[in-house]
Unconditional design. Structure first.
Length: 228
């Protein structure tokens, strides 16, 4: 079901870009890239603000409750196995980062006292960073989007329109993939909410979505920053 929704979105976005043509698509693609660059520069500020709100403690508390079973597991290998089991909805490279840094030195850096608090804090940082990037991205994208009408008018000129559509197809596909990557930022947070239990079940049977999720450059960037 989840793969079907993602596939429909990719096909729809690619076809829409084909129908609109290269100029509108390259403009929108440029807006997305510019939004990503600006957001990557600005989102740490938003993340700090979110850390100072009740959102971060609430997420941390929810995660500690979810991970309570880890408390009784002894031994790094046993803990690694249980972490993989508990965090099957988290990309494997993030799971590996958590497992590799499961040691007393990192506990001190994060000011935690055990494996449950450690994993919960790392995931809280990850969720807050992803949420901050998503908020910043939407805000910047909205601000940059107001120039679209002028570009649309130019793209409809007869000579330009004749060579416009084919080039829009390939770029539209790339644009769809990037948008799916952006949407994946919300997945870890949503799958921890009881009301979205259906999403967890759909995730377990997905192939395409998991592939795009595991090969998500945005999540890869965030994962490099989740320790500390």
């Amino acid at each position: 079901m989840l793969d079907l929704l993602v596939l429909i979105f990719i096909i729809f976005t690619t076809y829409w870009s084909y129908s609109k043509g290269f100029i509108i698509t390259i403009y929108q693609f440029g807006v997305i890239i510019a939004s990503l660059v600006i957001s990557v520069l600005l989102y740490p500020i938003i993340a700090q603000l979110l850390q100072a709100t009740p959102i971060a403690p609430s997420i941390n508390e929810m995660l500690i409750g979810y991970l309570a079973g880890l408390e009784v597991v002894e031994g790094l290998q046993s803990q690694a196995n249980v972490i993989n089991e508990y965090l099957d909805f988290v990309p494997s490279f993030i799971q590996n980062t958590i497992i590799q840094n499961n040691n007393p030195e990192v506990y001190k850096i994060l000011n935690v006292t055990g494996v449950v608090e450690y994993v919960a804090q790392v995931l809280t940082n990850f969720v807050i960073d992803a949420l901050a990037l998503l908020i910043t991205l939407i805000s910047v994208r909205t601000g940059l989007g107001f120039t679209g009408k002028a570009v649309d008018a130019i793209s409809k000129l007869p000579v330009i329109n004749a060579v416009n559509k084919g080039a829009g197809f390939a770029l539209g596909f790339a644009k769809a993939i990037i948008i799916v990557w952006i949407g994946c930022l919300a997945l870890p947070f949503l799958m921890m909410i009881p009301q979205f239990e259906w999403l967890q079940e759909a995730w377990e049977y997905s192939e395409l979505t998991k592939f795009l999720y595991e090969n998500n450059l945005l999540l890869d960037y965030i994962s490099r920053m989740i320790i500390g």
